[in-house]
Design a protein around this ligand. Structure first.
Ligand code: BG6
Length: 458
């Protein structure tokens, strides 16, 4: 990146998974507040881990771990009301958070929107409706004008690719929805507007997209499987980064859609916007690689999978997510592939050649709090250690990685599986059913990461 020379040692979180306080100080409902959850046993988000009221304590703990950067997100519905008005109390809360981070010498990296679309926009068609693009444009303009003097590092829209792939209606639309590609286009235009406005309104501002990028492997060397991987790599990964970084519609995606009778082109009135507003870096989220085969006619989708990031994908006549026979899985059925991260980084660099910030990477696990308030999460240390080794190897091979911000800074409510599936360096004492006192306890991984940061690497 232009101004940030030092490698950023950070961690990440999102507003709706941590803050709680869903109706405090004028916050209005987002899709995360209104969505029907498939698993009714999981914690709701009304309290989450109450980061809204605990942010100082949490930042103090993160400072103690030695973090130099923290990725947070702003809740759109805390800041902009359904009638378009700006909620000053929402701005004030984030002023306090940003000022406290800066006081602690922690660089704030802000995602403008992380899965929490205002519910009234969803009711009007969500991202299929171009009015949502206008609403997002108005929202980010408020952000850049208000926070641009203090926040110089921005991320646009968290994982538009996972939003479009998710089977469950977590973010506003289904993959099977034929309007999916209208949403794709609108999301990508919205992202371009954010890039343009950030560069216009934030002095020395830097901004990047933040997709979830995982290299897609073919199950075998069968030519049809290779084509399935080519297609799914385009659909899952390159469509998004090509639009952001190269200002084009990915040609493999375009041909794939044409086969289905869908024309996807950059509209003439958007050409200048798309081609002339390029990001400063790529924010890259990585948990697992993906493997696909070419489905035979009538072949069913893989049954009983809970990995929405790789195996739970299927387009008849194109690709089908499968279990990779060479890789192990975690307790939640997510495939573990640290070498896949190295390869993903090298391929991403080969295609785009701009700095990469790892904005999410982590292990969801059932943690146990001992009677003396310790959490022995050696499995998480192993995961992070292996992935960090992969990053270091990618750096040696020439990939300009500018920061490592694992998921997550503190325990939070998993999007799909409640608080029982924990990611944090800091344990928050609550269960799905009992909010308890929400006390915070550093895990073993907290002390491990502190040492890594002190040494400047493994
Ligand atoms: C990422 C999201 O895709 O995956 C996070 O950006 C999410 O918000 C993370 O928490 C892990 O997924 P899950 O379903 O385990 O919470």
């Amino acid at each position: 990146m232009k101004t940030e020379k030092k490698f950023l040692w950070g961690a990440s979180l999102s507003a709706h998974q941590t803050e709680g306080a869903v109706d405090v100080d004028g916050k209005q409902p987002s899709v995360q507040d209104t969505r029907q959850r498939d698993n009714h046993e999981i914690a709701d988000f009304t309290v989450a881990v109450d980061h809204f009221h605990h942010y100082q304590e949490d930042i103090d703990l993160l400072k103690g771990m030695g973090l130099t950067a923290l990725r947070i997100s702003f809740a759109w519905t805390r800041i902009i009301q359904a009638d378009g008005g700006v909620n000053e109390r929402g701005l004030k809360h984030y002023d306090d958070v940003i000022d406290y981070l800066l006081k602690q010498d922690i660089l704030p990296i802000v995602t403008t929107y992380h899965f929490d679309l205002p519910d009234h926009l969803e009711q009007a068609g969500g991202w299929t409706n171009p009015d949502t693009v206008q609403a997002y444009s108005d929202y980010v303009e408020v952000l850049f004008k208000h926070f641009g003097d203090r926040v110089k590092h921005w991320l646009t829209i968290n994982e538009p690719n996972i939003m479009l792939l998710a089977d469950q209606k977590i973010v506003g639309f289904h993959r099977e929805n034929p309007e999916c590609y209208a949403s794709f286009y609108n999301l990508m235009i919205a992202e371009k507007i954010a890039i343009k406005k950030c560069h216009e309104l934030v002095e020395d501002g830097q901004i990047g997209p933040v997709p979830n990028i995982s290299l897609v492997y073919p199950l075998s060397s069968k030519p049809a499987d290779i084509r399935a991987a080519l297609t799914f790599n385009a659909v899952r990964n390159w469509a998004y980064l090509d639009f952001s970084v190269k200002g084009r519609i990915n040609p493999v995606l375009q041909a794939h859609l044409k086969d289905m009778g869908i024309t996807l082109e950059i509209q003439p009135e958007h050409l200048e916007l798309v081609q002339n507003n390029l990001p400063d870096f790529i924010g890259l989220n990585y948990y697992t690689s993906a493997t696909v085969s070419f489905p035979q006619p009538g072949e069913a989708k893989l049954a009983g999978v809970s990995d929405q990031q790789s195996e739970d994908v299927y387009e008849p006549g194109a690709y089908k997510g499968v279990t990779n026979p060479f890789l192990k899985k975690n307790e939640f059925n997510w495939t573990l592939d640290p070498l896949g991260l190295q390869t993903t980084l090298e391929v991403t660099n080969d295609r785009y050649e701009i700095p990469i910030m790892i904005t999410e990477n982590g292990l969801g696990a059932y943690d146990e709090l001992t009677a003396d308030h310790q959490i022995h999460d050696q499995y998480r240390i192993d995961y992070l250690q292996q992935h960090l080794a992969a990053i270091e190897q990618a750096q040696k091979n020439g990939v300009p990685v500018c920061g490592y911000l694992p998921w997550s800074a503190i325990d939070l409510i998993s999007v799909h599986e409640g608080i029982a599936k924990r990611y944090g360096f800091i344990y928050v004492d609550r269960t799905d059913k009992d909010v308890k006192e929400l006390k915070r306890y550093p895990k073993d991984s907290y002390y491990w990461f502190k040492q890594v940061i002190e040494k400047g690497g493994l």
